[in-house]
Design a protein around this ligand. Structure first.
Ligand code: FES
Length: 58
């Protein structure tokens, strides 16, 4: 996984930031939103964020 890849352009949230949030216990989409702000703007990254969370939980 490329940790530097920006997943949420609205808030400049990287895959690494999402990975850290999941590892810190934010294992739902809503929890990751609360922790990183990702997907709280235009919402167009929601599918990518949800997919990434699922991958990281495996
Ligand atoms: S790209 Fe994530 S909320 Fe817009």
């Amino acid at each position: 996984m490329d940790r530097n890849k920006v997943i949420c352009r609205c808030f400049n949230v990287t895959a690494g930031a999402i990975e850290d949030a999941v590892k810190a216990g934010a294992t739902t989409f809503e929890a990751v939103q609360a922790k990183t702000n990702c997907s709280t703007g235009c919402g167009c990254c929601e599918i990518d964020v949800r997919e990434l969370i699922e991958q990281l939980k495996k």
